[in-house]
Design a protein around this ligand. Structure first.
Ligand SMILES: Cc1cc2nc3c(=O)[nH]c(=O)nc-3n(C[C@H](O)[C@H](O)[C@H](O)COP(=O)(O)OP(=O)(O)OC[C@H]3O[C@@H](n4cnc5c(N)ncnc54)[C@H](O)[C@@H]3O)c2cc1C
Length: 192
């Protein structure tokens, strides 16, 4: 956060922590009513749960996301599976980001196949922390791991390499053949 704020200020960005109520041409209106003039507004939002979930009867966390357990099943409805931003692991809460969503994909697919084929579901444990790399412009990036963070050109090169390798894995990839539902588990760590 310290690095990100410094980088934003150095780039001429005014950082406001207020809630944005409306974006207009040339200004933003804050929740408190103030109208702030700007050349361009960048509004930082987090993940939000779909409203319809509230009426679904599924067990939800306090923010309206589907509560799931180790097998990615809803804690209230065993026939409902959820992973990624829409889900909150009751037993192992973690941030909502693409890294967690991608890595939950293979175990989710495996358990969906096993559930329909009558196999034994596999517990999936998400990693406790993730490597975060944020490009800051000018070929510099901020890296954070747990409570540690740093910023520099080397971090940008690191991020660029990881991103290119990830995209290359999917470039030109056709549909994958379905695995044996009762066979060995796919390696969840194979995600990005
Ligand atoms: C601008 C931006 C940048 C980001 N950068 C990063 C990053 O660098 N690294 C990182 O780790 N994470 C990043 N994230 C977060 C990451 O994109 C999400 O955590 C990730 O996409 C979550 O994946 P998901 O499959 O759970 O949900 P999503 O990717 O949101 O996919 C949900 C899909 O379901 C569809 N859908 C929704 N409702 C319905 C419905 N009722 N019926 C049918 N389909 C429906 C949606 O259209 C969407 O296609 C970023 C997010 C944003 C917005």
């Amino acid at each position: 956060m310290r690095h990100a704020r410094r980088r934003l200020v150095a780039s001429g960005v005014t950082v406001l922590r207020d809630v944005c109520a409306e974006v207009q041409a040339g200004s933003v209106r804050l929740q408190g009513g103030a109208l702030v003039a700007c050349e361009a507004a960048i509004v930082a939002t987090g993940a939000d749960a779909p409203r319809w979930l509230r009426a679904s009867g599924l067990a939800l966390d306090e923010r309206g996301f589907v509560l799931t357990g180790p097998t990615l099943q809803s804690t209230s409805h065993a026939s409902v599976f959820a992973a990624g931003d829409v889900a909150t692991r009751d037993d192992a809460p973690h941030a909502k980001s693409g890294v967690y969503a991608v890595r939950a994909g293979p175990p989710l697919a495996l358990n969906l196949r096993r559930a329909t084929a009558g196999g034994v579901l596999q517990a999936y444990r998400p990693q406790r922390r993730t490597l975060n790399l944020v490009s800051g412009g000018g070929r510099r990036a901020i890296v954070s791991w747990g409570g540690l963070s740093a910023e520099g050109r080397w971090a940008w090169w690191w991020k660029d390499r990881i991103d290119r390798e990830f995209i290359a894995r999917y470039a030109g990839a056709g549909p994958r053949p379905a695995a044996d539902p009762t066979g060995p588990a796919t390696d969840p760590s194979a995600g990005s």
